[in-house]
Design a protein around this ligand. Sequence first.
Ligand code: COA
Length: 184
Amino acid sequence: MSIFLPIQSVRLTLREFREEDLNEMHHYLSDSEVLQFMMQDTNTEEGSNAYLKKFLQFQKDNPRFFVRFAIIEKLSNCLIGECGLNMPNIQHKEGELVYRLNKKYWGNGYATEAASEVVGLGFEKLGLHRIEAMCDSRNASSIKVLEKIGMIKEGCYREHRWIKGRWRDSVVYSILDSEYFIQK
Ligand SMILES: CC(C)(COP(=O)(O)OP(=O)(O)OC[C@H]1O[C@@H](n2cnc3c(N)ncnc32)[C@H](O)[C@@H]1OP(=O)(O)O)[C@@H](O)C(=O)NCCC(=O)NCCS
């Protein structure tokens, strides 16, 4: 039983994943362009199923260490991606913001809309002090999302990860609760 009610933004509903979400989830998890900057390789349907099951299992944790919302476009009622927080150290009031969308829906401001709701949840409901995000320095659209939601660039881990045949520089962004509440 989820402890999170669905979050409503102007164009999106963010709700916890359900078993029946597998097909729409697999759509973006099997797209090499969606995963190009990530460690993860494109999923088989089995892989997507295991990924979904993992997040269904996490819904039973108390406290919640991993929260992953399905992003639903209100207009079409389609599942267009996911956004969430990884908080393995929630006792230290820190979280990591993550998101990815089905390619068909890129460029509409949806990631920005979803990410700002999840950051709001992190500070306002979960009492986090710091939320960070890390991405490939070449991932221009993701960097834009992080900047649009008020995150500040902290630095760059050089050749941080060996991903898909090359070294990846990772940029680190963060926002603190005080900055979030001032911007609000
Ligand atoms: C990153 C991602 C979530 C962005 O989703 P989105 O819904 O298209 O994002 P938004 O529309 O909210 O914002 C994207 C911004 O980047 C800009 N942008 C897109 N491509 C760009 C590029 N090549 N260079 C610079 N800016 C770019 C857009 O114009 C937009 O900015 P604007 O609102 O000022 O015009 C989506 O591309 C995705 O799922 N990528 C694959 C997974 C991924 O990389 N996840 C993040 C891991 S850290």
